[in-house]
Ligand binder design. Structure first.
Ligand SMILES: Nc1ncnc2c1ncn2[C@@H]1O[C@H](COP(=O)(O)OP(=O)(O)O)[C@@H](O)[C@H]1O
Ligand SMILES: [Mg+2]
Length: 581
């Protein structure tokens, strides 16, 4: 499954993927001949004082070296081309699928997790593809061909190689086994570190406001320290590689010199052949070393590849129906026995909700933090799907509509809104792409955003930073509201959308909205009872259930919870019965 997904992304680079090993092999075969030619220069040229032979073999050697270099460069180019290409494809594929994700898919992976997968994990895979294409071809080929050449020169001496390879393989095996385990632990620690950093940086204002910097630093220190300890261990282990290898190489050289000296005096080996044997020893040992490196890198990237394919192959749990409805009749909303939970099999956030909201009605929703107000709102524009029952808009189940059509007709404004980097106008036009300046102004006037925008230096063309950090919370909310109003939605849901706006301005906004789109349904979710008292009817939510749906006056007479909220907020002077919301 993992392999299949990755291979699918490689397909486009088929030629490069095939050419890289081909060029690498050519590079290796030619390179391996060079020490053999060196032997000829020494034996036939230098030892016999034959300058002509030195020139002849010298030219051949330079020619071969040049060819080997050429093939090496080609192999390197194609390897880089295909591995970076595959990395780009993987990122594209992930990003493409993430765009299809529903809210619950994103909840599942977490934003930090998705970012790590798109960056670190892709780089890991990219590196090991490059390694696999080049080194995994070069190392074994080098090993075998050098060995064959040794055998060809002197079969007796090649026995020394066999011993050396045996010793090195066994020690590398144990080393790597331990190191791989450590590296796996290191990866998990990276995840922890990333999530600490992400949480902290995202909430930096809160951290500073609560003077929690030192606490946060120590949290980071802890994560970094455990990563450090593991890394020191793993790298220390890997550093053993070199001394071991050196010992084996020098052992080989001593053994070859010892036996070689004997053979030379007996006349069965030439000095030139002895020198080439030394080169081959180095090549063989280096190849073994590289093989072990590949092993480590590939095991590490398998974990990354798995994390990547999870994202690519995730089937979004929300999709368009086969023959979607493209029109929404009116703004009526019906909840028919709805149960909803954020996790499959988890606790219900909403239970057995049945509601009927008429088109054009203005409805307030009130309840404590975590009572399920926001969940109720997000079901109407199908940010999440219900577990049981159904939600209907315009008399038809929301799951039958085209998602785009539905979300164009049902606008939701959240308490915390995202603005994008760009100008004020750019942001407004997210609501309606071809909105004229006058339309935008009108929407802004309704949302009481016009006054502060005209005070900005460049008015509607002022720049907004990423996330809207150069605006106050209330200004951001008003801009988001204007953006939603531009859509002229059939249903407008305000989920605590004016929580950061002062009461007087909120009042103005409310009146403007009530008077403007007379036939659109307005659902106003709030924790401030004053924000909703003038709604036609009010839904009282408590602990995931609806415990009242009536006019303000009737609820005040009959509903205990509503009475409590009303009393608390009108007498306490606090305004909020739960300021946390
Ligand atoms: N994205 C989410 N994933 C899991 N649980 C959630 C999520 N959002 C809200 N909840 C849970 O659902 C319940 C209702 O939350 P919510 O509808 O946001 O309440 P309210 O808007 O009234 O404060 C709470 O218990 C909350 O912890
Ligand atoms: Mg909420």
């Amino acid at each position: 499954m993992i392999l299949k997904t990755i291979i699918k992304q490689i397909k486009q680079y088929r030629t490069a993927v095939i050419l890289t090993p081909v060029f690498t092999s050519a590079e290796v075969f030619i390179g391996v001949l060079i020490p053999y030619i060196t032997a000829s220069i020494i034996d036939k040229g230098i030892n016999q004082s034959n300058l002509e032979a030195v020139y002849k073999y010298g030219t051949i050697m330079v020619g071969l070296a040049f060819l080997s270099l050429l093939f090496g460069i080609l192999a390197g180019r194609y390897a880089a081309y295909s591995s970076t290409g595959v990395a780009a494809n993987l990122r594209d594929a992930m990003y493409g699928n993430i765009q299809r994700f529903s809210f619950s898919d994103i909840d599942k992976f977490s934003t930090a997790g998705l970012v790590t997968r798109m960056t670190t994990d892709v780089s890991n895979v990219e590196n090991s593809i490059q390694m696999l294409l080049r080194t995994s071809v070069r190392a074994p080929l080098n090993l075998i061909s050098s060995f064959v050449m040794c055998f060809f020169i002197n079969s007796y001496m090649s026995l020394i190689f066999v011993c050396a390879i045996g010793i090195l393989s066994i020690s590398l095996y144990f080393l790597i086994k331990r190191a791989t385990k450590l590296f796996q632990q290191i990866f998990q620690k990276y995840d922890t570190l990333n999530s600490v950093i992400e949480e902290n940086v995202n909430a930096i204002r809160v951290v500073k406001a609560y003077v929690r910097e030192n606490k946060e630093l120590s949290k980071l220190d802890k994560a970094a320290l455990s990563l450090y300890t593991l890394n020191v261990k793993a790298e220390g282990l890997m550093a053993l590689n070199h001394p071991i290898m050196n010992m084996v190489v020098y052992g080989c050289i001593i053994a070859i010199s010892w036996f070689g000296a004997h053979q030379i005096s007996e006349g069965t080996l030439t000095t030139g052949q002895l020198t080439s044997l030394f080169s081959y020893v180095m090549t063989v040992m280096m190849s073994l070393m590289m093989l072990s490196m590949i092993f480590v890198s590939v095991t590490m990237s398998v974990a990354s590849a798995r994390r990547i394919t999870e994202v690519i192959n995730e089937e979004p749990d929300m999709f368009n129906p086969d023959s979607p409805l493209l029109e929404i009749k009116d703004g009526s909303v019906d909840f028919n026995n709805v149960c909803f939970s954020y996790k499959k099999g988890g606790d219900y956030a909403l239970e057995k909700i049945s509601l009927h909201i008429k088109s054009g009605e203005s409805v307030g929703v009130i309840g404590g933090t975590g009572s399920g107000k926001s969940s109720l709102g997000s079901l109407i524009c199908r940010l999440y799907d219900v577990c049981e029952g159904s939600v209907s808009v315009g008399g038809v189940d929301v799951r039958c509509y085209d998602l785009k059509v539905l979300r164009e007709s049902v606008a939701i404004v959240l308490q915390k809104n995202t603005l994008f980097s760009g100008t004020v106008l750019d942001n407004l036009r997210w609501g309606k792409e071809d909105a004229t300046l006058e339309e935008c102004r009108q929407a802004c006037r309704m949302a009481c955003a016009d006054e502060f925008i005209s005070q900005l230096e460049e008015g509607y063309n002022s720049k907004i930073e990423q996330g809207g950090t150069n605006l106050s919370g209330g200004q951001r909310q008003r801009l988001a509201l204007a953006r939603a109003l531009l859509k002229k939605p059939k249903i407008l849901i305000l989920d605590d959308a004016t929580s950061a706006v002062d009461t007087a301005t909120e009042e103005k906004i409310r009146t403007a909205i009530h008077n403007s789109n007379k036939d659109s349904t307005k659902i106003i979710i709030s924790h401030r009872i004053l924000s909703i008292t003038d709604c036609d009817r009010i839904i009282v939510v408590d602990n995931g259930m609806v415990c009242g749906f009536d006019t303000h006056d009737n609820l005040l007479k009959n509903n205990n919870i509503y009475q409590d909220i009303y009393q608390m907020q009108s007498s306490g002077g606090e305004g909020d019965f739960d300021a946390k919301n």
